[in-house]
Design a protein around this ligand. Structure first.
Ligand code: ADP
Ligand code: MG
Ligand code: ZN
Length: 612
């Protein structure tokens, strides 16, 4: 739990005090100021009144002349007028019979005067200033005015998060990646002895509600080390310059408390690309904070045992500098859970509420494809509320199913849930990629297939992992790649006799490969080894520049089209020959939503044995 800040009085409280003081001063110290109405008149009017002998008393001030007169009822009226260089005034006043005097400047004792006019206001402002500073520094984490800008550890340190990996269901890959960090925090000496340097920072990337924050807390809980947590937005909402100061202080404290974890949630708030595009000057504050963060990450000694974790659901918006080696160079995907993951998450949260014995979580899991961990936790809670509403003292299957509708309905509006038909198409599409990859020679083995939407926006995903690093791509490799890329679309054609937009990413990749084959790798019969394109600026993404005539460009396009078409035909053939196997695999994938490489190979092997 976060340690709560001591309650403080709101700013308005001090304003009220100041107002009251002013009003008291007004009422008792300067009563004459506003108790009598003084009308301002012109000097000519003053002259006229003198001549008409209407004036009783005249007082000559340093900036104005005040005088009194009586109206017909005998009431005293007060007037004032500005000073005028009038040498005859005294004579005329004397002649009119009015009483007149000048203010004696030092009426009060000089000391009193000084106190009243200088010290009193000064003291007043000092007090108000003090109150304000104290109020502000309290808002920023306490301490006195001198430590202004020093963030207070109490805000974000959570020594015992009380979470462990047990609390995080599913997400096995993310947990595996984080285990190493836990081990490092447990015994930094072991790593230090060898001279191993762990990544300074790991970035948890995934859609909202998939348990990124939870995972970070679990790492701290597992390693039993202090956990400094702060959200990116907290840096920015500070006063100008405070963000950077806060980062500096955060790292200073973390180094003192090492081994420990610093967790920056929603890092995209400060880590956005510095593009200078947001108008005049941009968000300087954010940029300073980001720069400070980069400096600190470079500066501190990773062998001490400070690990920086950060989370974001918008990795593509992050500044490249943050992802450089030595910073957040390790990226841990935290994806939406598959069926098994969803069931596990439901079970974890079901522990907190009273449930009937024979609940079937698999049904709920099936009904919630596309839901995040947070959604599932919400479903359990809604089910409990539903049970209470219907006077039950235990959650039943019906409660769960009702709450699924409630939570998922909100979800369907967002379009995050994929309907059965689309899901089937996606399953066949991905199976197509994987099956063709398996049937071609010399291709990287399939590591995983999933039809769970990815952070990247992909609806499904077939992951191949090369067994060894390759530096050269042979022409066969390139053609194989193209065949695999076109196989998704080929599967859709084979099974559904229609095509969808789902292959857009494949098309993009295939085009890039085929194009490079023709224009840069010299892998086409037509052009042989002629460089038709040049890559400029290879460090900045590499933009290709055509270095050929426009007729040649047209022929290149035709050649690229040819290469891809051939690959597409080949993919189609392979799938036709393996139709039953494809059906088996697609059905399996549709049911589980993800298949591991081993399962995939096992099914293929079993199938091959059966027909042999
Ligand atoms: P994120 O930071 O990725 O947006 P959170 O970590 O804040 O998501 O998750 C919100 C809540 O959802 C958690 O507190 C937890 O109750 C639930 N939750 C999310 N993922 C999981 C999971 N894998 N296992 C168990 N609970 C989860
Ligand atoms: Mg979060
Ligand atoms: Zn595809």
């Amino acid at each position: 739990m976060k340690v709560s800040k001591s309650p403080h009085k709101p700013l308005i409280f001090y304003y009220i005090i100041a107002m009251v003081v002013l009003m008291l001063l007004n009422a008792f110290v300067f009563p004459s100021l506003n108790s009598v109405p003084v009308s301002e008149v012109g000097y000519d009017e003053f002259m006229r009144m003198i001549d008409a002998k209407q004036i009783d008393q005249v007082s000559m001030g340093t900036t104005e002349i005040t005088f009194t007169s009586k109206d017909s009822g005998g009431n005293i009226l007060y007037y004032k007028t500005g000073l005028w260089p009038d040498a005859n005034l005294v004579d005329r006043l004397y002649a009119s019979g009015a009483k007149f005097s000048a203010e004696i400047p030092t009426q009060a004792s000089p000391l009193m005067e000084f106190l009243m006019s200088w010290l009193l206001p000064l003291a007043f402002f000092l007090i108000v200033g003090q109150l304000l500073t104290r109020y502000m520094s309290k808002r920023m984490g306490g301490g006195n005015a001198l430590s202004f800008g020093k963030s207070n550890a109490r805000i974000y340190i959570e020594s015992q998060t009380g979470k462990t990996f047990e609390d995080v269901a599913g997400e096995d890959e993310a947990k595996e990646a984080l285990r190493e960090i836990v081990d490092f925090l447990h015994q930094p000496e072991r790593y230090r002895e060898i001279g191993a340097r762990l990544p300074k920072g790991a970035l948890l990337v995934g859609p909202p509600g998939t348990g990124k924050t939870l995972l970070a807390k679990a790492v701290a809980g597992e390693a039993k080390v202090p956990f400094f947590s702060i959200a990116g937005s907290e840096f920015v909402e500070m006063f100008v310059g405070m963000g950077a100061a806060k980062v500096r202080d955060l790292f200073k404290q973390a180094t003192e408390k090492a081994p420990c974890i610093v967790f920056i949630d929603e890092i995209d708030t400060i880590g956005k690309k510095r593009d200078g595009a947001n108008g005049f000057g941009g968000n300087d504050e954010r940029e300073q904070t980001l720069n400070q963060l980069l400096t600190e990450m470079d500066g501190f000694d990773a062998t001490k045992g400070v690990v920086i974790l950060a989370a974001t659901n918008r990795p593509d918006s992050l500044d490249k500098a943050l992802l450089r080696p030595g910073r957040f160079d390790r990226r841990i995907p935290v994806e939406l859970p598959d069926l098994a993951g969803r069931v596990a998450i439901l079970k974890v949260h079901a522990k907190d509420v009273k449930m009937e014995e024979n609940i079937d979580f698999t049904i709920i899991g099936h009904a919630t494809s596309g839901a995040s961990g947070a959604d599932l936790a919400n479903i359990i809670n809604e089910a409990a509320l539903h049970a209470v509403r219907f006077g039950r003292n235990m959650v039943t299957q019906i409660d769960l199913e009702e709450s699924v509708e409630l939570v998922i309905a909100g979800y369907q509006r967002k379009g995050a849930v994929i309907n059965e038909k689309d899901k089937k198409i996606i399953a066949y599409h991905e199976t197509g990629h994987a099956l063709v990859a398996a049937r071609l020679k010399d291709t990287a083995p399939v590591h995983k297939i999933t039809i769970i939407p990815r952070t990247s926006g992909a609806l499904g995903y077939t992951m191949q992992v090369e067994e060894e690093e390759r530096v050269l791509m042979s022409m066969d490799d390139a053609l194989n790649q193209l065949t695999i890329l076109t196989a998704g679309r080929a599967a859709e054609e084979e099974v559904f006799h229609s095509i969808t937009s789902g292959a857009s990413n494949d098309i993009e990749k295939a085009t890039a490969i085929a194009r490079a084959m023709v224009t840069r790798f010299g892998m086409s019969e037509q052009f042989d080894m002629v460089a038709l394109e040049q890559i400029v600026n290879p460090y900045l993404g590499g933009e290709a520049n055509m270095v050929c005539s426009s007729e040649t460009a047209a022929r290149i396009d035709a050649e690229v089209g040819d290469i891809i078409r051939k690959a597409h035909v080949k993919a189609r053939e392979i799938l036709e020959q393996n139709r039953t196997l494809m059906d088996t695999l697609a059905k399996y994938l549709l049911e589980r939503e993800s298949i591991t490489g081993e399962d995939f190979l096992r099914i293929i092997r079993e199938h091959d044995q059966a027909i042999a």
